[in-house]
Design a protein around this ligand. Structure first.
Ligand SMILES: *Cc1c(COP(=O)(O)O)cnc(C)c1O
Length: 393
């Protein structure tokens, strides 16, 4: 008799994340790591100082309130009102979490019964698959496919994926890893479908402040579309917006009954986290528009630098309308397997990237695509481009 596996079967195939493998490879080879999406410079000095002040003044050093400190919940509600005209009650419609990652896990564990289907855009952020599996849900991917220089959602395919067992649509815009920003028309159709089929919607908008001018109208929160307020949970985080990915301050907002369900689970995961940082993020959310405009302009310039360099190196480039990432196709380089390509790239060129195939159930559909992060210093990107130039020869 073979011994029972230690790890529960819901986690089959989720042993280590690709980021762990590729970051280890970067460390072992001294390659430039454009794999994982974290900035290599920290966020605003004033926000760091706010965290230090909170620590020194004894704010948040003991368990903060379960839903998050009132200052941060109010700042989140003010941000949603000022940016998007969404009005939220900070006491009943805002919950602070240990990053967006905990919000995703807690929401899926709260809302999904074993056997429920969860529709997710494919390629998908890796924690979605794990959290759906841990909740006992069935992942139903709808694949974004390249057309006209971007990865597109096929709305007919999305509609066809809905069954009587569908519990929830898991949407991500701006989308990691493809950089697609769903258009107003696409979001309106998703909203109409959710209303028609009475579905819950979980929308991951952690890149809300990284929408480039190519996307008409900037970031549009799904919760603002007709009929969506009562069925939508919106997730965001300080990590990407303020370049503090290590602080793990995230939040989830929505109608009171939905947020209460999520809080019920969340209180047994971390209960609370990041006390002093919550005060600092409250100040960060109130920064003037200059900060947000500056962040976007900085990343836009870096996007263009890396996208142009990759095109010159021979990749087909899907120039992203948002996020930290540019997805490429390696086939013009005579390659077809992105995973093998990424495993050999540190040796061949001294650069680490991530194979998009790991974000697909349909691995063949994702095989030729490789993702590079551009949230790095200009000199780092320039050096990486220089190294990649030799690939085509
Ligand atoms: C980075 C990222 C997250 C995780 O955010 P944290 O706040 O660090 O937990 C969630 N979703 C997407 C799409 C991301 O890229």
């Amino acid at each position: 008799m073979s011994p029972r596996p230690l790890l529960n079967r819901r986690m089959d195939g989720m042993g280590t994340t690709i980021f762990a493998e590729m970051s280890a490879l970067a460390a072992a080879t001294g390659a430039i790591n454009l794999g994982q999406g974290f900035p290599d410079t920290d966020g605003p000095e004033s926000v760091r100082e706010a965290a230090v002040r909170a620590l020194r003044d004894g704010r948040g050093n003991q368990y903060p309130p379960g839903p998050g400190v009132p200052e941060l919940r109010t700042a989140i509600a003010d941000h949603q009102a000022r940016r998007y005209g969404l009005s939220l009650d900070p006491d009943t419609e805002v919950l602070v979490t240990a990053g967006a990652t905990e919000a995703i896990a807690a929401a899926l564990l709260a809302l999904v019964e074993p056997g429920d289907e969860v529709i997710a855009l494919e390629p998908y952020y890796d924690s979605y698959a794990a959290s759906i599996a841990l909740a006992g849900g069935v992942r139903v991917p709808v694949t974004l496919r390249p057309a006209d220089g971007r990865f597109r959602l096929d709305l007919d395919e999305l509609r066809a994926a809905v069954t009587p067992r569908t519990r929830l649509l898991l949407i991500n815009t701006p989308h990691n890893p493809t950089g697609t920003v769903l258009s107003r028309a696409e979001l309106a159709e998703i909203a109409a479908l959710a209303v028609e089929r009475d579905l819950l919607v979980l929308t991951d908008e952690v890149y809300e402040h990284l929408v480039f001018p190519d996307a008409d109208g900037g970031h549009l929160p799904l919760a603002a579309f007709p009929g969506m307020r009562e069925r939508t949970l919106t997730i965001s985080s300080a990590g990407k917006t303020f370049s503090f990915t290590g602080w793990k301050v995230g939040w989830i907002t929505g109608a009171p009954a939905l947020v209460t369900a999520v809080r019920t689970v969340k209180q047994y995961l971390t209960y609370v986290s990041a006390g002093p940082f919550q005060y600092a993020v409250a100040e960060a959310l109130a920064l003037p528009d200059d900060y947000f405009d500056g962040l976007r302009a900085d990343l836009l310039a870096k996007r263009d630098l890396l996208a142009d360099g990759l095109a010159e190196a021979g990749f087909t480039v899907y120039r992203p309308a948002g996020t930290y990432f540019v997805t490429t196709d390696v086939r013009p380089l005579g390659e077809s397997d992105g995973l093998a390509f990424c495993r050999s790239l540190p040796e061949r060129a001294g650069v680490v990237a991530v194979p998009n195939a790991v974000f697909y159930d349909d691995r063949a559909a994702g095989a030729p695509f490789v993702r590079f992060a551009f949230c790095k210093r200009v000199e780092v990107l320039t050096e990486a481009i220089g190294r990649l130039k030799g690939l085509a020869s």
